[in-house]
Design a binder for this molecule. Sequence first.
Ligand SMILES: Cc1cc2nc3c(=O)[nH]c(=O)nc-3n(C[C@H](O)[C@H](O)[C@H](O)COP(=O)(O)OP(=O)(O)OC[C@H]3O[C@@H](n4cnc5c(N)ncnc54)[C@H](O)[C@@H]3O)c2cc1C
Length: 389
Amino acid sequence: MDFNFTPQQIHFREELREFLRDEVPVEKQEVFGLLTEEQYQFGREINLKLAERNWLTIGWPEEHGGGGKGPIEQGILAEDLGYWRVPKSQSIGLGIVGPAIMVFGTQDQKDRYLGPIARAEVEYCQGFSEPNVGSDLASLELRAERDGDEYVLNGSKMFTSYAFHADYMYLLARTDHDAQKHRGISMFIADLKTPGISLTPLPYINGEMAAQTHFDDVRLPLSCLIGEENRGWYHAMTTLDFERSGLWRYANVRRVFDDFVEFCQASAPDGGQPLAEHPLVRHQMAQRRLGMETWKLLCWNVAWMQSSGAVPNSEASVAFLYGSEERLRFAEMAMELLGPYATLRHGSPLAPLLGNIEGIHREAMHLHGAGTTEIHRNIIAQRGLGMPR
Ligand SMILES: Cc1cc2nc3c(=O)[nH]c(=O)nc-3n(C[C@H](O)[C@H](O)[C@H](O)COP(=O)(O)OP(=O)(O)OC[C@H]3O[C@@H](n4cnc5c(N)ncnc54)[C@H](O)[C@@H]3O)c2cc1C
């Protein structure tokens, strides 16, 4: 087994790091649990610069505006952007919508939607969850009824992250009420400026302002349907797996872990002996290092499977679930070791690591985004171990 990158991949990573050193000063880096408007706009600026170099979609085929490389190069980009804590934007367009359109879209949809994503001109949000529907996604209720050459949408979507920044929503709606629940769902792209769409703000514990998105007689042309009518469930399950190498998410946490190691070697929050002098601290940190390395390899395994043409499925859930729990273990350990100082938020002069410990702890407590831990356990048991539902 060869864990090394090729010389070209190493060269790409070195160029990327040089770019990030110049463009992403510490004061602009994202702080966990605090995504300000300024930080968000900074993330978009960086994406525009990456797009100018044709790096943003380095793994996409050239015919779709990409760099013609593959998932490994896209993974190198994700890992380094995460490690440099570049504020997150564009991820749904780049990670899910673009690949979904490449697989299921018509030529006209490829021409219309892929270029703006690759050029970082547009932002997408994802409309899957609803007020009464989360884990049991196939029970979704948002209706899309055919009326001539349009679909008319009524209902609402819940927990729409990035809704206030997005131009488009990629969503699932029910198009056949008589069919079995998985077989009556279709996938659409909706321009959020379409009359009848409105947003109610929904603040998350991680500092982000998300939304409930309402659809009130929203008319979408037939050309907004992605893939086949009533096959949206199957299309969505395939595209969800595109999202899950998780390298950005891993590296984002890894950076705080590495910074925390340095902090423990140099100081203690109360000005006493450095934390690393205590054997208990050293052992706990060593244990978390095992966790971080394992998480990294699980993520790269998914990227490697994608680069070999395989479709990761339970492997993506293994990496995602392990990561969610490792993030929480690290956050809880740091909280315990730093005591009350750990609870100080960004902005307090005494907050260790710019408040990242408090922020990561707040963020780590939510285990629901992109599927709860129980749902990922179900996937691993059923699809990975062949156990019954
Ligand atoms: C930060 C964040 C961002 C999000 N962003 C988006 C977004 O952009 N777009 C979007 O569409 N959604 C988004 N979501 C919603 C997310 O996908 C849902 O929260 C998730 O699917 C769970 O649904 P629910 O919250 O309705 O919980 P429920 O499905 O009601 O689950 C409640 C509890 O029951 C457990 N449970 C449910 N079913 C089973 C089962 N079969 N076996 C075992 N346990 C089960 C769950 O694990 C959970 O602990 C986001 C959520 C969060 C927290």
